[in-house]
Design a protein around this ligand. Structure first.
Ligand SMILES: [Zn+2]
Length: 105
């Protein structure tokens, strides 16, 4: 599948505490490079822990953290969040823009 530099993130809104809002963000070339090198350098370790991938995803693995200003679709407040980006959350280059999710840079 063709990958792109778009990723889906879902930080919790600090105002209304909504946890189920998603945003599609685009990584800069530099950010994408950092993410790629993280996955390259931890390839062996990640394979070893693949059964625990979801758990690690929550508690330990922080491949890349980027700062983005997002607008909550529930309470409409804007907030700046440090969001963790995982390669597993990449969007296909060809996936249509889903109006359900907020598009942002
Ligand atoms: Zn909110």
């Amino acid at each position: 599948m063709e990958k792109s530099n778009r990723y889906r993130v879902n930080p919790t809104c600090p105002f209304c505490k909504e946890e189920h809002e998603c945003w599609d963000i685009t990584l800069s070339d530099e950010e994408q490079k950092l993410l790629d090198s993280y996955y390259e350098s931890t390839k062996g370790r990640r394979a070893q822990y693949s059964g625990l991938a979801n758990m690690l995803k929550d508690i330990e693995e922080k491949p890349l953290i980027v700062t983005r200003t997002l607008r909550c679709g529930i309470c409409h407040n804007s907030f700046t969040a440090n969001v963790v980006v995982f390669k597993e959350d990449t969007l296909s280059k060809f996936s249509p823009v889903n109006p359900k999710y907020h598009q942002t840079n």
